[in-house]
Ligand binder design. Structure first.
Ligand code: C5P
Length: 322
């Protein structure tokens, strides 16, 4: 199809990056801040590449979606444990029929996807991504907002007071140690997630607010590394992929927007900021390049959907058996 331009190539490799970005990624591949101990692919020896369906099954079976509850140690012994939701997020919300995952990519600018996004039963957005003023492109419905601990802690995001965070259900995460030991994590978070959580809960006690179990980050990381030929960054996956997998556990069908860039692809980092950096789309700290290879392989939709709408279609875990 001559009219169809190039879409994401699922064999994207670090060798296709510019020199500067390649250096940054190589640095993270060599660094090991979280104590990753990767024993190599699950099954010994050289396996053949998994199909999209096999990959979906691996993720369904090997990545547990879990949130912190007040009975978990070491939180159970702390006075603020009662601020944590008593049940798992997957027990409290959904199931939904259709869900939209709205990446924050610059290519959403002038996408005109607002109506389509809002037509979903649930919509997940990330970090500081606004809807006000951008409704035509990204819609206005927010069911879940997934935020990282950096956004919760940094002065310029005004996390405690900004109305940006008051819509929908909040879910937060912070890179934990590879061991996923909660006590170890509690004593060494990247940013003060627990302090900010307690403060926010006191100010907004009615808003549901979950914290992801760090085990999920690393189970997902292993699925990425296991299915890549290259050594990936030893850092957790991006909020975008974490949110996509969260929605796959809550929804029958998940549409992900502008995670795989459309014909609007741009170096603009976010649709809501005038700042450009190819690292936003290709990854530096996060193994984002490899996350995108995986999502491309699992996509049930067409390349045309990616090209025109930046849209990927993923089946919810409840819709297939392995
Ligand atoms: O930058 P931020 O993490 O807030 O963006 C939310 C998510 O959207 C990212 O974690 C990433 O998965 C995705 N994203 C992207 N390309 C961009 C910007 C964001 O794929 N240019």
């Amino acid at each position: 199809n001559g009219a169809l331009g190039e879409v994401w190539n699922e064999e994207m490799s670090i060798s296709m990056l510019g020199k500067r970005l390649r250096k940054v990624v190589q640095n993270y591949q060599a660094m090991n801040k979280y104590g990753v101990r990767y024993p190599g692919p699950e099954s010994a020896g050289r396996r053949s590449k998994l199909s999209g369906a096999e990959l979906l099954c691996q993720i369904k079976e090997m990545v547990q979606i879990a949130t912190l509850t007040p009975d978990m140690e070491p939180f159970s012994g702390l006075p603020w444990a009662s601020q944590l939701p008593p049940r798992q997020i997957t027990a409290d919300i959904g199931p939904f029929k259709t869900c939209a995952v709205v990446s924050s990519a610059g290519s959403l600018k002038n996408a005109g996807l607002g109506k389509e996004i809002d037509a979903h039963d649930a919509v997940i957005r990330f970090n500081a991504a606004p809807t006000t003023g951008f409704e035509k492109d990204v819609g206005s419905k927010t069911t879940v907002r997934l935020i990282n601990s950096q956004v919760m802690a940094s002065e310029d995001h005004h996390f405690l007071s900004s109305s940006l965070y008051s819509a929908g259900i909040l879910v937060s995460w912070d890179p934990g140690p590879y061991s996923s030991d909660l006590r170890e994590w509690f004593n060494k978070t990247d940013y003060p997630i627990f302090k900010q959580y307690q403060r926010y809960r006191r100010l907004h006690p009615q808003q549901p607010f979950y914290i992801l179990h760090p085990r999920m980050e690393w189970q997902l990381w292993q699925r990425i590394q296991d299915n890549m030929v290259e050594t990936i960054q030893k850092n957790p996956p991006s909020s975008g992929l974490l949110g996509t997998v969260l929605m796959m556990s809550l929804c029958e069908v998940v549409h992900v927007y502008e995670f795989l860039p459309s014909r609007r692809k741009t170096e603009l980092c976010h649709y809501y900021q005038r700042f450009s950096d190819a690292a936003c789309t290709l990854g530096a700290y996060h193994p984002l390049l490899y996350e995108k290879n995986l999502v491309k392989r699992m996509n049930k939709g067409s390349d045309r959907d990616i090209y025109t709408h930046g849209r990927v279609t993923l089946p919810g875990f409840m819709t297939f058996n392995c």
